[in-house]
Design a protein around this ligand. Structure first.
Ligand code: GDP
Length: 289
């Protein structure tokens, strides 16, 4: 997403260089280029339209700050509006906490659970994971293998059918751990029993955070998924995975808008260290160059 969007945005803004006043035609052209770039990156049309309007209005109405050129003035507005599209910067506390992971099968939940264990472990915290995904065969072994490599304890019971019992036992088994990440079961689609189960798990765990894992390539379906999970358990952060594998990724922004939350982390590869904290200012700065 970053590269193609970044190139289009840079080209669009370049056209304003050397202009003495902000003229409507130039702003219209910039906004059109911006729209094209964002829609190509799969950002929801409604979000793009809202952003376009704010940029146009501000670029034409706000007074040019003293000593600032037209290009920099408009660039600053584009920058600020893009940052607000990404949601506010999410805080990740380093206190003892429990994080419940939600998302559909294949989104990268299990991998992200292990990556998060690594993240908090590197920050010096005692970490553990609970695997209550007894729906996808192999989920427990996958998490176990990843966590064993980094010496993180994991609780799970692949023979136990009742995810709620696993969670309860897991919380007891990991009572000495400071940060517990709970990996839940996904499904191929948003089925009622999945939502029902995660609501029950949420009620037992009473987690500090409920993070939704979204595949960057998901596109507009991200919105429906986000809405269902948000209605069920109140999502307060989004992790976008597989950003390394797509030129798009903008669809996942709908999940942020839908849950009124922020992107907490970005998954950028298959290894346990391929997890980046998301910081909107830096992200947009890199994008606008
Ligand atoms: P789950 O069903 O949601 O638990 O999904 P998994 O954690 O098993 O991930 C599904 C696939 O996506 C696996 O092959 C992972 O290696 C891969 N995956 C997860 N996160 C990333 C990422 O950030 N980048 C890449 N390239 N692959 C990822």
């Amino acid at each position: 997403m970053l590269d193609s969007l970044s190139n289009s945005l840079k080209d669009a803004v370049k056209k304003l260089a050397g202009k003495a006043v902000v003229d409507r035609a130039a702003v219209d052209e910039l906004v059109r280029d911006l729209q094209r770039a964002l829609i190509q990156a799969d950002v929801n049309v409604k979000l793009v339209m809202g952003l376009s309007q704010s940029i146009k209005k501000r670029a034409l109405e706000e007074e040019l700050p003293k000593g600032m050129g037209v290009r920099d003035h408009v660039l600053r507005i584009v920058y600020q509006e893009l940052v607000s599209l990404m949601g506010p910067e999410a805080e990740v506390s380093l206190k003892p906490q429990t994080i419940l992971m939600a998302g559909l099968q294949g989104s990268g939940k299990t991998t992200t659970t292990a990556k998060l264990c690594r993240y908090f472990q590197r920050k010096g915290l005692k970490v553990g994971a609970i695997c209550c995904d007894n729906f996808r065969p192999g989920a427990f072994t996958q998490l176990q293998t990843l966590c064993q490599r980094i010496n993180v304890p994991i609780y799970g019971d692949p023979k136990e059918k009742d995810a709620l019992r696993i969670v309860k036992n897991g919380l007891t088994a990991l009572r000495d751990v400071e940060v517990i990440i709970v990996d839940t079961a996904g499904r191929h689609a948003l089925e009622d029993d999945l939502i029902e189960e995660i609501m029950q798990i949420n009620a037992i765990v009473k987690p500090s955070h409920r993070w939704l894992v979204i595949d960057a390539a998901l596109g507009q379906a991200a919105r429906d998924q986000a809405r269902r999970f948000h209605e069920a358990i109140g999502i307060d952060g989004v992790v976008i995975t597989k950003m390394d594998g797509t030129a798009k990724g903008g669809g996942a922004l709908s999940a942020v808008a839908e849950t009124n939350s922020s992107i907490v982390f970005i998954g950028s590869g298959e290894t346990i260290d391929d997890l980046e904290r998301f910081e909107p200012n830096g992200f947009i700065s890199r994008m606008l160059g």
